[in-house]
Ligand binder design. Structure first.
Ligand code: M6R
Length: 606
């Protein structure tokens, strides 16, 4: 869960590496470092904290060269500190690494016995010492091959050498790695996003492969060391998304972008002339599908859970959801009638990718719902449904969650129609209602002021609860996750009907509780649950929709009413106040909203 950049050029590279590292901070931001070759010597600069700190240090002691590597880290082995920051260098080599070396303790013991002295607590440093050792008696390619054979675990590596001043080595097993091509210079990046400001021409290393990046050419090798050719792909450029515009944070911008991102996504998928959903050309026979398994992590898992309710309601398909980190280690029953759907904004989440890989190995039908179409998960699935919401920069997922919900709902509707579970007329009506969504989301955003007011109490709370039933339950989970990750306030999402079975004991005087109660079939039941919370001192913020019959506000702390919409689509609207609630609670606390503590945007280690 770190970011790698490498540049081999004939111009100074440090400034460009630092700029790319800033873009890569979504992958980790607890320490950073750069190593360049200056007059044949490896020159390493590292620091704890952000790339900004690194920039200040480098500015004072310029260490420029025309070949170098850089890294942003999210600590796995050893605390975030200068000594544990990457690169890890010896006199001869310097290494940056994403992933985890599982046998590092054993390798370290052997290397210490052979006389190597370790400086850091990281697993990565064994790689530096292993190559240094092999280079004593082998050529470069043999040393790399021997080193790779010794490593267990997952990794993406970038390596530079004192004695091979025109080569950056890249190697991949498990963690993604991209190579970029420029005029008289070539690049290495943990993903194509890192390379976007420099080139849109990239190749991706597959598992087991490594490469030699020279200024004018790149040589690729398979795990036996044989030369191979790689396809060069063109990736899209979307640089305007990396500008906050008039907003204080990317998260605020991304929340407010949602009417437009939903509109763009609808444009991609809805054929307005024929009132049809353009999810076509499935690489399987739809009639064969009897069960669906939805898999994701964090927010993406919550969209899977939401889709479970829709699929159950609108189709006869059996549906299950799974958290990727659990699924990948369970004894799963794979059946030919199953479709596996993987949901991931980044398309790089290690556990989700491993779950996909497991399904592929068991010859299952796979479909991914991603934002980054060049990602590993998208590239390796049979069928890809992009969410078309543009790059999401804030670590907390907002517009991507909304995009995932939309694509999952469209897929559900399409399957319902293809399986003859919905009439043509009803199908058309549901598609038409979807077209109203952007406007309704825009109107819902007008509650911002009220939410900002309510958020103050949440920011001061020791703990809080988010309750809902039916379609509102997965959104309650998502609301609680947002508050946890941004305001660092303990928050539990619960089915409202489950409160009496234990969690009600947590309610104490003044505890803020969000109750989501649209005017659906659960309304009266949820309101009764709400009264139980109020009678025990809970301070309830009720989120419902506008209606002619007034909600009795007796003892209610606050009430927010969003636009009226069908029950099925209500989740799209209630998501907005919950995103804003977490945003403003975190803002009141002065937190780093786009980069919450201990987290990273793309979780590329398990
Ligand atoms: O990129 P992915 O959608 O696979 O990421 C999954 C989770 O790490 C992610 O949704 C995480 O929970 C968010 N930070 C929540 O806002």
């Amino acid at each position: 869960m770190c970011g790698i950049i490498g540049i081999n050029s004939n111009k100074p590279v440090t400034g460009v590496i630092l700029n790319s590292l800033k873009k890569l901070e979504y992958r980790g931001y607890d320490s950073a470092g750069v190593a360049t070759l200056v007059n044949g010597i490896i020159n390493e600069t590292k620091c704890e904290g952000r790339v900004e700190n690194l920039e200040n240090i480098i500015f004072k002691n310029k260490n420029d060269g025309s070949l170098g590597i850089g890294h942003v880290r999210w600590a796995t082995h050893g605390q975030p500190s200068e000594v544990n920051a990457h690169p890890h260098s010896s006199e001869k080599v310097s290494v940056v690494h994403n992933g985890i070396i599982e046998n590092s303790t054993l390798l370290k013991k052997h290397l210490i016995r052979a006389g190597h002295v370790f400086k850091s607590q990281t697993d990565t440093e064994v790689i530096t010492h292993l190559i240094t050792e092999y280079l004593k008696n082998n050529d470069l390619k043999t040393s790399i091959l021997k080193m790779l054979k010794r490593l267990h675990g997952s990794f993406a590596l970038g390596i530079i050498f004192k004695d091979f001043p025109d080569i950056i080595v890249g190697a991949r097993r498990g963690s993604p790695l991209a190579v970029g091509y420029g005029p008289n210079e070539n690049y290495l990046g943990s993903d194509s996003y890192a390379l976007k400001s420099m080139t849109n021409k990239v190749s991706y290393l597959d598992d087991g492969e490594f490469c030699f990046i020279k200024k004018k050419e790149v040589q690729f090798f398979n795990s036996d060391g044989n030369k191979i050719n790689k396809q060069v792909l063109e990736v899209s450029s979307d640089d305007q998304s990396y500008d906050k515009g008039n907003f204080k944070h990317f998260m605020a911008k991304e929340i407010h972008e949602q009417p437009n991102t939903i509109k763009s996504c609808l444009k991609e998928y809805i054929d307005k002339i024929n009132n049809e959903i353009n999810i076509i050309n499935f690489p399987w026979n739809n009639k064969e599908i009897k069960n669906i398994k939805l898999i994701g992590c964090g927010t993406a898992y919550h969209s899977c859970l939401m889709a479970k309710y829709w699929i159950e309601q609108l189709t006869d398909l059996e549906v299950e959801t799974d958290i990727a980190s659990e699924f990948r280690y369970r004894k799963n029953k794979f059946k030919n009638s199953q479709l596996y759907v993987f949901v991931s904004q980044s398309g790089e989440t290690a556990d989700t990718y491993a779950a996909l890989d497991l399904c592929k190995k068991n010859k299952m039908k796979t479909c991914s719902i991603v934002n980054v179409v060049e990602s590993s998960i998208a590239r390796d699935s049979d069928y890809v449904l992009p969410i078309h919401c543009g790059p999401e920069v804030g670590v907390a997922s907002t517009k991507a969650f909304m995009g995932q919900l939309l694509v999952l709902y469209l897929l559900t509707l399409k399957l319902s129609f293809l399986h003859d579970k919905i009439s043509k007329e009803n199908y058309g009506l549901k598609i038409s209602s979807l077209l109203e969504l952007p406007k309704l989301i825009e109107n819902t955003l007008k509650i911002e002021r009220d939410i900002q007011e309510a958020s103050k109490d949440f920011s001061k709370a020791k703990g809080s609860m988010f309750l809902g039933r039916g379609y509102s339950f997965p959104i309650a989970l998502e609301g609680a996750l947002k508050l946890k990750e941004l305001a660092y306030v303990h928050a539990e999402g619960y089915p409202a009907g489950e409160m009496k079975h234990g969690p009600l004991a947590l309610i104490e005087n003044g505890m803020p509780v969000v109750v989501i109660a649209p005017r659906d079939k659960f309304y009266n039941k949820t309101i009764s649950n709400m009264q139980e919370v109020i009678s025990r001192g809970g301070k309830v913020l009720l989120i419902s929709n506008k209606s002619t019959d007034e909600i009795s506000s007796e003892n209610l702390w606050k009430k927010i009413q969003v636009e009226t919409i069908s029950d099925e689509l209500f989740p799209f609207l209630i998501t907005i106040p919950l995103q804003l609630l977490a945003y403003y609670a975190a803002n009141a606390l002065g937190h780093d909203i786009d980069k919450p503590r201990n987290l990273a945007k793309s979780v590329t280690v398990e």
